[in-house]
Write a protein that binds this ligand. Structure first.
Ligand code: GDP
Ligand code: MG
Length: 164
């Protein structure tokens, strides 16, 4: 049975970009999965001979703050219930936000392994400087990546498969 990896984080940090990077053309909406809903997308991926399933939990576009909070809680719940490993994505250019703190708190309540992913790290200097903001979330050293440009995603995947 394939390990399940959930991508979680506040809106606009690059979850879907990372999902597409990991899954490429292999997106498969698994219709016979009883829990499938339109607000999460499943895809197949593989790294160094290790197949796994990826869930992009942030499928719905929301605008008002209270709904976003509810969505965050729901995402975290999905991730905690369904995932073997959680990729918690933050935006290293924007820095730490209260919404990141909220997500972090929910994820800490699970016993699932969480990999903190600091996305949008094209500018090394900026990323190295800003990454310390995220230490207060209580996870390991953030994995600096650029999902959009595919930078350092290999290092992230190397770390990910250690949890399988
Ligand atoms: P989601 O809401 O978390 O799913 O975020 P999206 O994947 O939709 O991305 C939100 C915005 O961030 C889009 O404009 C992306 O093009 C941009 N983005 C995603 N990844 C990166 C990245 O690695 N670097 C930069 N600079 N922008 C990114
Ligand atoms: Mg998205």
């Amino acid at each position: 049975i394939k390990p399940v990896v959930a991508i979680v984080g506040r809106p606009n940090v690059g979850k879907s970009t990372l999902f597409n990077r990991l899954v490429g053309e292999r997106v498969s909406i698994v219709e016979d999965r009883p829990s499938i809903t339109r607000d999460r997308i499943y895809g197949d991926s593989e790294w160094l001979g290790n197949p796994f399933i990826v869930i992009d939990t942030g499928g719905i576009e929301l605008d008002d703050q209270s709904t976003i909070k509810a969505q965050m809680r729901y995402q975290a719940q999905v991730a905690i219930e369904e995932a073997d490993v959680i990729l918690f994505v933050v935006d290293v250019r924007a820095g730490l936000t209260n919404m990141d703190r909220d997500v972090a708190e929910l994820l800490r309540q699970s016993n699932k392994p969480v990999i903190l992913v600091a996305n949008k790290a094209e500018n090394n200097q900026e990323a190295e400087m800003n990454k310390y903001d995220f230490y207060e979330l209580g996870f390991d050293d953030p994995q600096l990546i650029s999902a959009e440009h595919g930078r350092r995603t290999g290092d992230l995947l190397d770390k990910l498969i250690e949890y399988f």
